[in-house]
Design a protein around this ligand. Structure first.
Ligand code: SF4
Ligand code: SF4
Length: 278
């Protein structure tokens, strides 16, 4: 079972929810797919041995002797990753999406492919929890190959995916692989707008979803109103709590620190699993 934990922006508590759900579960895998800013390992790194592997993609390589300078590859590339300079294609590899199209359209066999590193994944165990995290190398345009590499390594019965914030391709790629999407929302107008964006993305992907309301205060909550209008189930409401913020700043795992949070996350996990089984 794959549960994707999403949010419309950073800072809503998505990693807090993902990490604590994963620790609350048995025989689970926590996958930090927020590959631009992976923070989950800060909570889960207990010094255990960590296996690092490179994530590579294929990049075109040009044979100057075989190339006639016909421009077919340059004209084909929809990403603007090629320019003809001095009669030979020049590759801007940061924007190349490794689609292989240029190689296919070259009639002179002047293009081959070579692996290029764009990031890395890290795999370790923490008290029976498989912890996977990935990061993109600086300057890369897409983290999706790193996300795909991570998800291919996750094979536990329960997989908690800590998704990139927002609704870009990388977040959609994570949600696409999930059985259930859990949106972490904040009780503000700003938070409601972000909740709506993520909800619309999940509807487009035709995935079931529910909400965790975080940092709840005793004031009017437009995010709750949105959920009610949309028929979105709010599984739990986590109150704004300065002690919680202090503990999170010290990278503490709350299900291990405080019985109240242990009960909250075990109950949340049970309810989400119930939704998937239903
Ligand atoms: S399509 Fe082939 S021959 Fe034409 S410019 Fe590109 S590499 Fe050179
Ligand atoms: S592999 Fe695709 S994206 Fe990269 S240069 Fe060739 S056509 Fe462009």
């Amino acid at each position: 079972m794959r549960i994707a934990v999403l949010s419309g922006k950073g800072g809503t508590g998505k990693t807090f929810v993902s990490v604590n759900l994963a620790v609350a579960a048995n025989n689970a895998c926590y996958v930090d797919c927020d590959v631009e800013t992976p923070n989950g390992r800060l909570f889960l790194d207990d010094g255990s041995e960590c296996a690092v592997r490179k994530t590579t993609v294929l990049s075109p390589m040009f044979d100057k002797d075989a190339c006639t300078g016909c421009r077919s590859c340059v004209d084909f590339c929809a990403f603007g990753a090629l320019a003809l300079v001095g009669g030979t294609p020049l590759l801007f590899d940061e924007v190349c999406h490794s689609c292989g199209g240029c190689r296919m359209v070259c009639n002179y066999s002047a293009i081959s492919e070579q692996p290029r590193q764009i990031g890395q994944t890290e795999s370790s165990m923490r008290k029976g929890l498989h912890v996977l995290s990935g990061r993109m190398d600086v300057g890369q345009s897409s983290g999706i190959p790193v996300i795909q590499d991570l998800l291919a390594q996750a094979n536990n019965p329960l997989i908690i995916i800590d998704c990139p914030p927002g609704t870009a391709c990388s977040a959609a790629e994570c949600a696409r692989h999930a059985d259930y999407c859990l949106i972490v929302a904040e009780p503000s107008l700003y938070g409601t707008h972000n909740l709506q964006m993520v909800h619309e993305m999940i509807i487009a992907l035709d995935k079931p979803c529910g909400v965790v309301m975080n940092k709840v205060v005793d004031l009017e909550n437009p995010a709750e109103q949105y959920c009610a209008q949309q028929g979105l189930e709010v599984f739990t409401r986590i109150p704004f709590d300065r002690d919680l913020a202090r503990n999170l700043a010290e990278a503490k795992v709350m299900v291990e620190e405080d019985e109240k949070y242990s009960l909250l996350f075990h109950s949340l996990l049970e309810r989400v699993q119930g939704q998937v089984m239903a």
